[in-house]
Design a protein around this ligand. Structure first.
Ligand SMILES: [Zn+2]
Length: 295
């Protein structure tokens, strides 16, 4: 199944709350750990400040957006000599197309984040232009620049004396999602493994694996009593992570019941934890995984 590299549009009812959040600038959600919510795609960007080092979670969609982000980071920390460390939560355009602007910073990501950008970067560019036509020229100009520091399961990053854990907990939204865990701030940046305010995007997902991956992430959040930041939309607590993990479990179970002939696709969509109109695609993707078609 070919991915369609777009994120679902937000429900009208969510917009006023989101617009308020967009006016707030940086919000400190844990000790020197911040989130900033951007109007474009209702996206969350994370920052962790250490002693002489700044970690940035995701780089936005274009050089212009990335430069705006760098300006916003200076609001938190004016020292130009600060070492910047970048992490891509996964290889989707809205999280990694700003990478080039952050060089010569180190950019961390899962090893398959690099593979994904190499294999699908140009296809993603075409879909990004379709999704954000006003940014077409900027998106055309993006120089793809995948992470240069990679790992398969886990890595520890020193952010100016603070420990930040990068964890690949399994396949979910993509095959290369990572969680960024900041233990001393009790913060978890979840990337698009979790999403609030819209149906999560399944186009490149592994719906049968996603429940366990999200549950592992939720367990970390419970242990730390953490603030959990999704890739898009409102942040929440461990309960939010648990609710999303349960929703992914429910969707995977419905897909199994379709596969066994117990339910029609339409019946399953009507019982989905996500809006029925959004659920056929995710269920079909889950069926494809059950049939072994996703590798
Ligand atoms: Zn994504």
């Amino acid at each position: 199944m070919g991915g369609v590299y777009t994120h679902p549009r937000y429900h009208r009812a969510m917009l006023s709350r989101a617009m308020l959040a967009h006016e707030r600038g940086w919000v400190e959600i844990g000790d020197r750990a911040y989130v900033r919510r951007y109007r474009s795609l209702d996206q969350n960007i994370g920052v962790v400040l250490g002693d002489g080092a700044t970690l940035v979670v995701d780089t936005r969609s274009t050089a212009r957006q990335a430069n705006e982000l760098i300006g916003h980071i200076r609001e938190l920390r004016a020292e130009a000599a600060d070492r910047l460390i970048v992490v891509n939560t996964h290889g989707h355009w809205d999280h990694a197309f700003g990478n080039r602007t952050f060089r010569p910073a180190t950019i961390w990501g899962h090893e398959r984040c690099v593979t994904m950008i190499a294999a699908t970067g140009e296809l993603q560019r075409a879909h990004a232009i379709a999704e954000l036509p006003k940014l077409a020229a900027d998106i055309r100009a993006v120089e793809l620049d995948p992470p240069d520091r990679t790992f398969s399961d886990a890595a520890v990053v020193d952010v100016g004396g603070r420990r930040v854990d990068l964890r690949h907990l399994g396949r979910g939204h993509t095959d290369n999602d990572i969680a960024i865990v900041v233990p001393d701030a009790a913060v978890v940046f979840a990337g698009d493994l979790l999403e609030s305010g819209a149906t999560p995007y399944f186009g490149d997902g592994y719906p049968i694996d996603w429940p366990d991956t999200a549950a592992a992430l939720a367990a970390i959040a419970v242990d730390l009593d953490a603030v959990v930041v999704p890739g898009h939309g409102d942040h929440g607590g461990a309960a939010f992570a648990n609710e999303q993990a349960a929703a992914f479990r429910s969707l995977a179970d419905l897909a199994r019941r379709v596969e066994s002939g117990e339910l029609s696709l339409e019946d399953a969509a009507s019982r989905s934890p996500f809006p029925p109109a959004d659920s056929a695609g995710p269920l079909e993707r889950a069926l494809a995984q059950l049939r072994g078609e996703l590798g």
